[in-house]
Design a protein around this ligand. Structure first.
Ligand SMILES: O=C(O)CCC(=O)C(=O)O
Ligand SMILES: [Mn+2]
Length: 214
């Protein structure tokens, strides 16, 4: 098991493009409280492997909190107010989540960001997310705010075309990525998670993506 590379050597923000940046360790102080909320909410709305339109189970397990939740099945991708597993509304967005997302968006100049959806992703060793655009939201003026927790991952930051070769950036525990404005529809993804043991999450990585869907 690899133990090195669990934490960044230094705090260093990275500009990804217009309206897009990695805010190094922006969520570090809140990280353990965020993880406690994730674990509490996953009792109400369990992590599940959704199916793609093609009928394949995704390697990343997910649930949502907030008024709207992203769901995928053989009929496609959409936002739904009801969790199809529990037949209940998704858990409420904790105030801590809302406040963090709002502050991160503000740091990039996107004032007044109030997300109505938060997708919670859980990666285990070998999980990956192939290059995609976040385009199921009706509101494209608001940015996406993404929080990384636990094991580091390699974030793929592409271009406006699927075939644009992506840049690779390590994302560490507490890092926040914001992309909006001219970068809102940039293709992005996550490379296969490598085995290691993180003091806060063990052999897992969590990711929160905050979205304004309407
Ligand atoms: O896990 C990540 O860092 C990115 C997640 C993502 O792109 C998504 O959930 O749409
Ligand atoms: Mn995405």
């Amino acid at each position: 098991m690899m133990q090195a590379d669990l934490f960044a050597d230094e705090k260093r923000d990275v500009e990804l493009g217009p309206g897009a940046a990695i805010l190094s360790r922006f969520a570090l102080d809140a990280a353990d409280a965020l993880i406690a909320h994730i674990e509490r909410m996953s009792v109400l709305s369990p992590f599940r492997h959704m199916e793609t339109r093609g009928g394949k189970a995704m390697s990343v397990a997910m649930f949502n909190c907030g008024a709207w939740g992203w769901v995928s099945d053989r009929s496609g991708y959409r936002y739904d107010a009801i969790d199809p597993v529990t037949a209940l509304p998704w858990p409420d967005l904790p105030t801590l989540f809302l406040d963090l997302a709002n502050r991160a968006a503000d740091a990039l100049g996107f004032g007044g960001f109030v997300p109505d959806a938060c997708l919670v992703n859980r990666y285990v060793v070998g999980s990956r997310l192939s290059l995609h655009q976040d385009r199921d939201e009706r509101d494209r003026d608001a940015p996406i705010v993404s929080v990384s927790l636990g094991l580091p991952a390699t974030f793929l930051w592409g271009g406006h075309k699927r075939n644009d070769r992506p840049a690779r950036h390590r994302l560490f525990h507490g890092d926040v990525v914001v992309w909006g404005g001219p970068s809102r529809l940039v293709f992005h993804g996550v490379d296969e998670l490598k085995d290691a043991d993180h003091p806060s999450t063990g052999a897992m990585r969590y990711n929160l993506t905050f979205r304004k869907t309407r």
